[in-house]
Write a protein that binds this ligand. Structure first.
Ligand code: HEM
Ligand code: HEM
Length: 187
């Protein structure tokens, strides 16, 4: 794996591609909108009607899942640039772990949301087209999906993003080593 990566890098992966950067920042913008929607939409209880804000939360969530699929496909076929020279191995390793956890959450969180919408019998409508339900309404054993969806998003995802952003700012302001710059457009 390491050899493969080194080969891939010597094959010309000297930085993130424009597409990787565009996908990264698209997800950031979509997630900001998604959290704002999640926090201002009505709290969802047993008979909550699907208001416009709730419906928008569903739509944005499915778009994030779609972009995450494209993004993982791009990442799998294009690799990532090697860590910068002189980067302590623990930093390269923890960055890799955080990136994969974030990728994982970009799938698990919306999929749990979709399952929970089905469980609640709430239609998920994408631009006028209703998606098929993933499970039956009130299917026994699936009630936890809503709580876990909210907890993973509000706590684990936001905590990891905070760590990820703090690391980027640390590299920029303290180590001055160009890590942040390699995800910025135009570099
Ligand atoms: C990455 C994408 C998503 C993020 C970050 C996200 C985030 C959140 C958050 C933070 C909450 C809790 C709101 C609160 O604080 O009270 C929530 C609730 C909810 N979301 Fe999402 N969501 C995403 C995708 C989706 C999708 C795709 C669906 C369904 C199509 C969905 C359906 C729901 C439902 C049904 C609830 C209420 C759950 C409950 O309280 O039982 N979400 N979402
Ligand atoms: C203002 C917010 C953010 C900043 C400043 C930022 C910065 C960065 C930087 C500098 C890198 C490149 C790290 C390297 O070269 O090793 C990166 C990669 C990455 N970021 Fe962010 N990021 C932000 C938000 C997010 C969010 C919200 C997510 C997802 C939930 C995310 C997920 C990732 C992933 C998965 C990678 C690895 C890229 C890949 O290999 O495809 N980032 N980010």
């Amino acid at each position: 794996m390491q050899e493969l990566k080194a080969m891939a890098n010597s094959n010309g992966i000297s930085g993130y591609t424009g597409t990787a950067k565009a996908l990264h920042w698209t997800v950031v913008v979509l997630l900001i909108a998604q959290f704002i929607l999640a926090w201002i939409m009505p709290e969802i209880h047993r008979d909550t009607p699907v208001t416009a804000l709730i419906s928008l939360h569903f739509t944005f969530g499915v778009i994030i899942l779609a972009v995450a699929i494209v993004r993982l496909g791009w990442r799998a076929t294009h690799g990532e640039p090697a860590p910068l020279d002189g980067m302590p191995p623990w930093q390269a390793q923890s960055a890799r772990i955080v990136h994969w956890l974030l990728y994982g959450l970009l799938f698990v969180v919306p999929i749990l949301g979709l399952i929970n919408a089905s469980w609640r019998g709430m239609p998920v409508v994408m631009f006028g087209l209703e998606l098929p339900a993933l499970i039956a309404k009130r299917a026994p054993g699936w009630g936890w999906t809503g709580d876990v969806h909210g907890l993973l998003a509000n706590y684990l995802m936001l905590a990891l993003v905070a760590l990820h952003v703090a690391a980027g700012l640390y590299h920029y302001f303290v180590r001055h080593d160009g890590v942040l710059q390699r995800m910025l457009p135009g570099k």
